[in-house]
Design a protein around this ligand. Sequence first.
Ligand code: ACO
Length: 203
Amino acid sequence: MSVPPALAPHLGEGITRWEAASLMELRSSAPDAFEALREAVDALGVASGVAQNLKGPLTSVAKLVEMPGQRLYLLRAGARVSGLVKVGEKHLYYWRRGGGAQVELDPRCVLDFYVVAQRRGDGKRVFDAMCAAERAEPREFAYDRPSPKMLPFLARHFGLTAFAEQPNNFVVFDAFFSDRSAMPPRDPPRRLGGTADRVVGTM
Ligand code: ACO
């Protein structure tokens, strides 16, 4: 989706981070830009749902406003809004391998992930920026119903392959448990570095 003029000043080239508070701030300070952002995010959310054969979108501005803890990372490449990744914490039950004990976890989760132009590196770019902003490695996330493209993506770029299948369809890689830093940090995520990748919102 192309970036409307009203939105351009608020959506820098590269990666921007959004959550309920920054969306509400934009709605008060620049209603036209908010409306344009809402249209762009909602359209990407619909396209992501279609690409994953879901019944409906996982991501929309209305859903983000309802879930104040969730963070949306948006990719703008040139004049287009061209990808998203959404993360947030979830309370999960996790069954250990071989009929082992069930444990409860509160991991950061990758909840939605989509790029318009696929297999050209955009996914890696937005995912790397999200991990840097979250100060987390890919192994430290749980993945909500990873799609047939997501699992090869994680294997290819990050060597994540081993996991115990779960009835709730979340994937928690074995590497998640390799040290305790896998749990959500107490500090807020840090600002993205560099000139191309920048962040707006509450960071
Ligand atoms: N089939 C198999 N593997 C794929 C495919 C595909 N059609 N597309 C991407 N990949 C994987 C492969 O490992 C590929 O490496 P290869 O080309 O050497 O085989 C690698 O991703 C390419 O890396 P990028 O170019 O950075 O990935 P891309 O830009 O395509 O982004 C993404 C990955 C976001 C999964 C994208 O393919 C996409 O939007 N897919 C549709 C939506 C989707 O399935 N999202 C994941 C939801 S699951 C979740 O959110 C927890």
